[in-house]
Design a protein around this ligand. Structure first.
Ligand SMILES: NC(=O)c1ccc[n+]([C@@H]2O[C@H](COP(=O)([O-])OP(=O)(O)OC[C@H]3O[C@@H](n4cnc5c(N)ncnc54)[C@H](O)[C@@H]3O)[C@@H](O)[C@H]2O)c1
Ligand SMILES: N[C@@H](CCC=O)C(=O)O
Length: 519
């Protein structure tokens, strides 16, 4: 077993575990609101202009945040560029040691960090703790991978010739992150940039700046030079200015398809003074389908679908959005899903045992409600539990069937607790539906037939396919994660190839026969 796999808490029912987490939350609450400054070259500019909130209690401010200006963006890129050569020159072992120390810092604050993700992003405890564990895993995994990359050299050697392959840092990495994995995803992209010797500028999501600050402080406390990691809080305009900056070499983005496409366009432009092509690593959204064959065991299918579609209120790129169910069992499955959804606990993220927490913000609730309204208008059957808490951005989980072909409910990413169930005549019909989608992120299959499993596994274009289990929760190193088609650039976070996107290969060939000879 690898030592970078930190298992999330599975013991939330135990009273001592709950007591520790409650204590961590009480301690955090006593500190709120935080202040999140711009951090450039280690200097802090703290002039708050916006706030982040608790999605379950929007009146509770989590952080007063300073939005970066265009001057901050420029200064941050220059600081990172200036710091990068010395940071790279330390070598992979030294950088890896610092990343491992940062992982240790985070491990020491595991409960407090989980509490922060609960408060700022409405993540239930188990999800928040998994986010912390994944953060630690990314740091330790990329530390190991960077060392392996430094020693990778599989070139053919002939007598009289020495061939060397070296992976050099590309320069400045701009990291633009989402709010739904407010610790692990930004930290993973930052760690990849740093492990490979780049300078990094992080623009976190505007909804989760305090989580980003906690991550940046852990890196700095562990010994990452201040200028090698800079923090630019702000909204989309800050991200746009950062990715457009001619001093940026690599853009590591995780977020929506719309923004990802915008970034890919921006990155293609070569600006005055720019002498390199920008490389973009983009992880974007999906419309993830779970295929359920007629022989599937519904006792497995129902909890897996409910967890995949409604856990963290469906706010994962990996979440189940469509169930394509063999017609022989479709009615039974829908009935059982209705029963299961009625049992879900919809409540504040901090409540132990909660199933469906609030969604991130009012605009998200309105967007999701809009999809449910569309389903009603299109004559579909919508099943939702009757009540949700009045305060906070809550959306009742919805199981929808009877949608017309081509409905936007089945075509577009909703990013909320909505599952569309569709009856299909065969697994092959379901495979065809998935094969024709523009997205290809995660997918699922329930079947007891090994031949079906083999055939479907080969046919589906998704980046991560899960068979006879839930379809979220990829683990670093075990399920390298990322999508194909319009879901992403095909890169795999937490996988053995990921760091290659942050470096440029250089080959040196030396004629060793002539060495020392006067010709
Ligand atoms: N594939 C994955 O691994 C993965 C993981 C998590 C989330 N996601 C996707 O992310 C989305 C949800 O996250 P979100 O709401 O934070 O996404 P988003 O695209 O709205 O925002 C992501 C980041 O981009 C910034 N941004 C916005 N406009 C920008 C612009 N024009 N230029 C540069 N940066 C800009 C935002 O400020 C934020 O920091 C969903 O679509 C989800 O599927 C994908
Ligand atoms: N890597 C996460 C999803 C990230 C997107 O939100 C998972 O596998 O569930």
């Amino acid at each position: 077993m690898n030592d970078f796999i930190n298992e999330p808490l599975l013991e939330l029912r135990r009273a001592p575990v709950r007591a520790n987490l409650t204590e961590a939350m009480t301690a955090l609450d006593a500190q709120l609101p935080w202040r999140v400054p711009v951090i450039v070259g280690g200097e802090r500019r703290d002039e708050p202009s916006f706030t982040s909130h608790d999605p379950g209690t929007p009146d509770r401010t989590v952080a007063h945040v300073t939005a970066a200006t265009p001057q901050d963006v420029d200064a941050a890129v220059h600081a990172a560029a200036h710091a990068a050569p010395e940071w790279e020159a330390r070598g992979a072992h030294a950088r890896a040691a610092i990343l491992s120390r940062a992982a240790g810092e985070l491990r020491g604050r595991r409960q407090r960090l989980a509490a922060l993700a609960v408060r700022e992003c409405g993540k239930p405890w188990a999800e928040a703790d998994a986010d912390v564990c994944e953060t630690i895993d990314f740091l330790e995994y990329y530390a190991q991978q960077a060392i392996a990359l430094e020693h990778a050299d599989g070139l053919v050697q002939l007598p009289g010739e020495r061939n060397t392959l070296r992976y050099a840092a590309r320069g400045v990495v701009a990291v633009v992150g989402p709010w739904n994995f407010p610790l692990a995803i930004p930290a993973g992209m930052v760690a990849a940039g740093l492990a490979t010797g780049n300078g990094v500028v992080l623009k976190p999501a505007e909804q989760s700046p305090a989580c980003a600050l906690a991550v940046v402080e852990a890196f700095h406390a562990a010994g990452v030079p201040p200028a090698a990691l800079n923090l630019l809080p702000g909204e989309g305009d800050v991200g746009a200015a950062l990715v457009a900056h001619p001093g940026v070499h690599t853009i590591a983005f995780t977020g929506s398809g719309a923004v990802g496409l915008e970034i890919l366009k921006t990155a293609a432009e070569v600006r005055p003074g720019q002498r390199h092509l920008k490389r973009v690593v983009a992880e974007m959204g999906g419309k993830n389908c779970v295929i359920v064959d007629a022989d599937a065991d519904l006792d497995d299918v129902v909890p897996a679908l409910v967890y995949s579609a409604f856990g963290f209120a469906g706010q994962k790129c990996s979440a189940a959005a469509r169930a394509l169910v063999h017609q022989r069992i479709a009615d039974t499955l829908v009935e059982r899903l209705h029963g299961a959804v009625d049992q879900l606990l919809i409540d504040q993220a901090e409540r132990f045992g909660v199933d469906v927490p609030p969604v991130i913000e009012a605009a998200a609730r309105e967007r999701i409600d809009g999809f449910v309204r569309t389903a009603h208008e299109q004559g579909a059957r919508v099943h939702q539990p009757g009540t949700v808490p009045a305060a906070g951005h809550f959306v009742a989980p919805a199981v929808i069937d009877g949608l017309p072909a081509g409905s936007r409910v089945t075509e577009e990413e909703i990013f909320g607790p909505v599952l569309a169930v569709e009856s299909v005549a065969s697994v092959d019909e379901a495979v065809e539906i998935v094969a024709n989608l523009p997205f290809a992120l995660t997918g699922g299959l329930f079947s007891r037939d090994p031949a079906t499993v083999e055939r479907v596994s080969r046919a589906l274009p998704v980046g991560n396919l899960y068979v006879n289990r839930h379809i979220t929760g990829a683990m670093v190193g075990r399920q390298p994660f990322g999508g194909n088609r319009l879901s992403g650039t095909g890169t795999k976070a937490g996988g053995p190839d990921y760091l290659l996107h942050f470096v440029e290969p250089r080959v040196v060939t030396e004629d060793t026969m002539r060495h020392g000879l006067v010709v």
